[in-house]
Design a protein around this ligand. Structure first.
Ligand SMILES: Nc1nc2c(ncn2[C@@H]2O[C@H](COP(=O)(O)OP(=O)(O)OP(=O)(O)O)[C@@H](O)[C@H]2O)c(=O)[nH]1
Ligand SMILES: [Zn+2]
Length: 365
């Protein structure tokens, strides 16, 4: 019985990074100190090698996370340990982490990776939410997060069936809020746009769905996955034994190909580390700002401000500038706040893990 790893997104590029003699596997779920992984010969519960644990203790960014590709080392009959995390192509990171020029991550001991190797980031925003229309500011924020992860954002305006008139106008507004990003209307209820969304995952790509509570994420996951997610997935069909359904709740193979990562952490993701992403989602303002007379122009009335000039000419919507200001302020505030909180969380978490390791003697190299 074997799994076809290419259906999980394994490529020649990744294969080139696999150490000699190691067995490749994708992380489907993590537990403290261990992971559920899928390898060619099936699913395994694997502990982390001592050097992986040491690296993670120094910097939690080194901890395996869902979506990671891992190199396994064979221990004995049917048992493996997780020996290395292969270089990540993208990552959703919470906490104080910066990205170096080649896209690698360099942590400062506080970051936490929520999901890795995500190609497509669906930003779900309901066309109609309670009594309100789509929240453009929220779309901007989540698109910024998506860019920051290294993945490609695609905005899905969900529940489009609730919007009979003026949907085209709404989509135009959304496109203005997310320049350079594909925007589509989706109704999971009627099936409109679902095939189109699924087509982004062709070639066994991996996606996440970000969006506020009630945006229709779960409904969309089910629509994308096809009926009875757990029973019809192709990856598991190859296994034929019908076991191990639980890990697929976090790394979900879709009936039409491709995968979705759906974890509580990704669902809760808010406004973390959006530095570069903010610049990109506001590329219109950033490029106007290049023509401001002063390099450090705050666009609040300085002489020769090109941003305010565009505003006066009606070329830049006022809402857009307001949104940009708000996001800049929030990013600053969140950065200071999450840093302190995360540091504490991580300290507590590792205290518990170290205690556990001492108790079981598992920390001996
Ligand atoms: N009219 C309409 N309703 C929908 C559609 N998709 C989802 N809903 C409804 O919207 C509500 C919320 O949908 P969920 O899929 O649970 O939303 P969610 O984003 O997963 O919400 P959380 O679990 O809170 O994050 C449910 O009552 C769905 O039935 C749609 O395409 N059209
Ligand atoms: Zn200016």
């Amino acid at each position: 019985m074997s799994y076809d790893l290419s259906l999980l997104g394994w490529t020649d590029l990744r294969a080139a990074e696999l150490p000699d003699g190691a067995v490749p596997a994708r992380v489907a779920r993590v537990d403290r100190g261990a992971a559920e992984v899928i390898a060619t010969d099936g699913q395994h519960h694997v502990r982390y090698a001592a050097h992986v644990r040491r690296a993670a203790a120094a910097d939690p960014v080194a901890l395996p996370c869902v979506g990671d590709w891992a190199a396994l080392r064979w221990l004995s009959e049917g048992r493996y340990e997780l020996d290395a995390v292969l270089p990540r192509t993208t990552a959703f990171v919470r906490g104080g982490v910066s990205r170096d020029s080649v896209g690698g991550l360099s942590g400062d001991g506080q970051g936490q990776v929520l999901a890795a190797n995500v190609d497509i980031v669906f930003v779900a925003e309901p066309a109609m939410h309670a009594t309100d229309f789509a929240d453009l500011a929220r779309i901007e924020r989540l698109v910024a997060l998506a860019w920051e992860s290294g993945g490609t954002p695609v905005v899905l305006v969900t529940k489009s069936d609730l919007f009979e008139h003026g949907l085209d106008g709404l989509l135009d507004d959304v496109r203005t809020a997310a320049p350079g990003v594909d925007v589509h209307a989706v109704s999971s209820l009627h099936g409109d746009g679902v095939e189109l969304a699924a087509s982004y995952l062709a070639g066994s790509r991996t996606a996440v769905i970000l969006g506020p509570s009630g945006a229709g994420k779960s409904t969309l996951v089910n629509a994308l996955a096809g009926k009875e997610v757990m029973e019809t997935q192709r990856v598991r069909a190859a296994d034929g034994r019908g076991r191990h359904t639980t890990v697929h709740r976090e790394l979900i193979p879709l009936a039409r190909g491709g995968l979705l990562i759906d974890t509580p952490g990704i669902r809760r993701i808010g406004l973390y580390d959006m530095g570069d992403g903010v610049d990109r989602v506001f590329s219109d303002i950033e490029s106007l700002a290049e023509d401001c007379r002063f390099g450090d122009c705050g666009h609040t009335g300085e002489p020769g401000c090109a941003v305010l000039a565009a505003l006066e000419r009606g070329e830049l919507p006022e809402r857009r500038l307001e949104s940009w200001r708000k996001l800049q302020r929030e990013a600053l505030w969140m950065a200071s706040r999450t840093d302190a909180r995360l540091r504490k969380e991580q300290q507590n978490k590792w205290k518990v893990i170290h205690k556990e390791m001492r108790r079981t003697g598992r920390n001996r190299p």
